[in-house]
Design a protein around this ligand. Sequence first.
Ligand code: FES
Ligand SMILES: [Fe+2]
Length: 445
Amino acid sequence: MKAEELQQIKENIAEGHFPQWAVTDPEIYELEQEKIFGRTWLFLGHESELKEPGSFITRMMADDPILLQKSKNGEIKAFLNSCTHRGTRLCTEDYGNKKTHTCPYHGWSYNLDGELIGIVAGNKVYGEKMDKSEWGLRPVPRVESYQGMIFGSFDPNAMSLEEYLGEMKWYFDIMLGRSDGGMEVRGLPQRWVVKANWKMTSENFEADPYHVQTTHRSAVEMKLTPTDPLYASYGHQVVLSNGHGINVITSATGKSANKYQGMPESMWPMFEKNLNKEQLDVFSKVTNFVGGVFPNLSFLSSCSGSEGTRHNHLQFRVWRPIGPDKVEVWVWYMIDKALPEEYKEKSYKGFLATFGAAGTLEQDDTENLARIVEASQGRMARDRKLSYNNVANYLMGLDHIEPDEHFPGPGIAYPTCYTDHVARSMHQYWLELITKESGVKVGEY
Ligand code: FES
Ligand SMILES: [Fe+2]
């Protein structure tokens, strides 16, 4: 990548533009893999997915298959899911419980700490010289959790997860730490592949309530959502550190029709015990939280309807890039452990009806995101000199919306969710990461 091209991107981002060629450019994709996915914190799963010693799940961190398991003393360990003999995938299942993992190729086996403990025909074929302790599974360099959310990083020198999440922790505490016992994942994460670029899918959740009224028009027509064209704009869009962001969506009155997102009153004393005054203020008024942790973890906490009732649910999703124009979507459904089983069941149905592979709202987004990729592949959109004014528009709220000093949560809060502040901050952080060591300096704008 030429320095002038990075410079051009920088100038465009500063003006609220994003060069269209850079969305799915293969060279940019390589830079992203190395400097973003190779260095930041990537979401792996939730602690409730690993219930007892021996529990394991298999996941992906960018292109690396990962085996996550709970050791004998309850520690969560993450390894490259690749046998140290010839490198085939060691564990081929999605989840389960085992004391040892035995490789399907030549039968080497590993314990819950990743140590190589068994070799077929052992010393007879390897002699005494080969030291088994040197051939254990290769650990992911950093694994840390916050509120049960497990993340990994390939970079041994990455800042701590808590520092990386920064101001987002305050909002995670509301969504994940409000009730006693925390959250639990129900079922397995759903996953499927879509034609889309990971930056666009992340932006769609973290930074773009503006699409809701048009893209999800059918939900309005089915009377699942209000007809007011501004309905997803009410509330605050909050720019957080390190490219993270959240939309705290309320209603025209600044309040929600259902306090605490319609959660049963029996849960309220718990919320009031576990959250502080400012968090309760935000939580009591919010209808939807929708946001993201840079680079590719998104979340939505909403009230979805099924069979005439509405129930809160929380979903987390990873947009795993598997090429410049392809994403593997992973979606986790989470719910408060302390809720009655009947509520959980109804909430899960509401989630399945709207999101997930068969959800009505899901498909609306996917169509548009696939078409961005399709429309960005021709001569005009690909032109690196921008001769055709081939830039995307991120001008919303650029110079006429001031932050709301009275918003009780951390971050820079703008008094509307129809603004591109979070998108521009994502672009700025993205650029900062991909230009590290490139000679292009990224300043404030
Ligand atoms: S590749 Fe695993 S034992 Fe040979
Ligand atoms: Fe959407």
